[in-house]
Design a protein around this ligand. Structure first.
Ligand SMILES: Cc1ncc(COP(=O)(O)O)c(C=O)c1O
Length: 381
């Protein structure tokens, strides 16, 4: 899919490292350079480049709103990355906790969606079940104030039924926080349909720069009391954003969303094109993941395939070599894969290991690359 748009692919390497961060199309790189060349300024000034920056920030909020199916750009705040935004959210929600209250996180979560909640001192972590978590596992009570779940595991691709989990959270009056970092690059998203209060994503996982974004539904933003500077005011999403944003990154965020939309025929509204594009991405990537899974069945590895649905992220444990050895040997052959626990430390441990080899797919991957990977693996193993 549109490989020519990605200058990094000219290196000849096969990039299977998408779950750690995708490659970036020229349109995104150009948009960032264009902002720095021609519109670089701080906000709210009475001159052209500052006015252009104010407009660009609003456009970036709207772009992410379209990608996520939010009520509008006013629901989207930006920050350094998901981890930082999740700490900010935890500290803000933590201000409303009373003695005896609890916060629930899940073993399937990336550490970025556990440690911030544990910092509040009243966090219970729900064990892994079917490589993910189910609403019935949560055992929520009226004392549960927050439920923090990861939509898709970045270690195994397992997908949780977050709509059911959000309903369970709301049934006891808790706030539902969804980490969608590994889900958003692979499937259409409609935040209003899943009913979450907050949802976190990172643009560098979907062809953009290193910028984090958090969606909050209007009532959730209204109720939130984040730590902030007095001049910041009390209006979301600005009340949640600390200091000056990464403006050139936001220019890249708009271009990344537009690049995804451009995979669908022109003419329809961007939100509609994004849905079509994400469906096409999901189909393309799932075919590659199936090809890899069937090839791995003939090799000396143990695969970790969660029940469907799952993202096109394939993790395995070599029988006679360490994941680090296999990833390094693949790296020498120009196949970029990750090894380790990917900060999904507790999830990987619950699977009975400290480390896995992880192969991730992006729209620019091809069936020929999967063949190359399988041949290389057969040789190494
Ligand atoms: C599922 C998941 N959650 C959270 C994160 C952390 O994201 P960030 O690097 O934006 O802090 C990652 C990063 O890999 C992830 O895969």
């Amino acid at each position: 899919m549109r490989r020519e748009d990605f200058p990094a692919l000219a290196s000849g390497a096969a990039y299977f490292d998408g779950p750690g961060g995708t490659q970036v199309p020229s349109a995104v790189i150009d948009a960032m350079a264009r902002y720095l060349r021609g519109a670089n300024a701080n906000t709210h000034g009475a001159f052209a480049t500052s006015e252009a920056t104010d407009a660009m920030i609003l456009a970036a909020r709207q772009a992410v709103s379209d990608l996520l199916g939010a009520e509008g750009g006013h629901c989207v705040a930006f920050g350094a990355n998901m981890t930082t935004l999740c700490y900010m959210l935890a500290f803000a929600l933590g201000r409303g906790l009373a003695p005896g209250d609890e916060v629930v996180a899940c073993e399937v979560n990336h550490e970025a969606n556990i440690a911030p909640w544990e910092a509040l001192g009243c966090c219970r972590v729900v064990p892994l079940h079917d490589m993910t978590v189910h609403a019935d596992d949560l055992h929520l009570t009226p004392k549960t104030r927050v439920v923090a779940v990861t939509w898709a595991s970045n270690a195994t691709g397992a997908v949780a039924d977050v709509a059911a989990i959000c309903r369970a959270a709301h049934d006891v009056g808790a706030v539902a926080v969804v980490d969608a970092v590994h889900y958003v690059p692979h499937f259409p998203v409609h935040v209003q349909a899943i009913g979450c209060d907050f949802l976190l994503t990172s643009a560098y996982k979907w062809f953009g720069p290193h910028v984090g974004a958090v969606y909050g539904k209007p009532a959730a933003w209204e109720a939130l009391d984040p730590y902030r500077l007095q001049p910041q005011g009390d209006v979301a999403p600005e009340k949640f954003e600390t200091g000056t944003l990464n403006h050139e990154g936001l220019a890249g965020v708009i271009a990344a969303v537009d690049w995804i939309a451009s995979l669908s025929p022109a003419g329809a509204p961007r939100r509609v094109r994004l849905r079509g594009a994400m469906q096409a991405i999901a189909a393309h990537e799932e075919a590659l993941a199936d090809q890899l899974r069937s090839g791995l069945a003939d090799l000396a590895v143990r695969t970790f395939t969660p029940p469907a649905p799952h993202t096109p992220t394939v993790s395995f444990l070599p029988n006679r070599r360490t994941p680090a050895e296999v990833a390094a040997a693949l790296g020498r052959r120009g196949c970029h894969v990750w090894d380790g626990d990917f900060f999904a430390t507790r999830c990987v441990r619950a699977l009975g290991t400290e480390s896995l080899v992880r192969v991730g797919f992006a729209p620019y991957n091809t069936a020929e690359e999967v063949d190359r990977l399988l041949e290389a693996l057969a040789e190494i193993l």
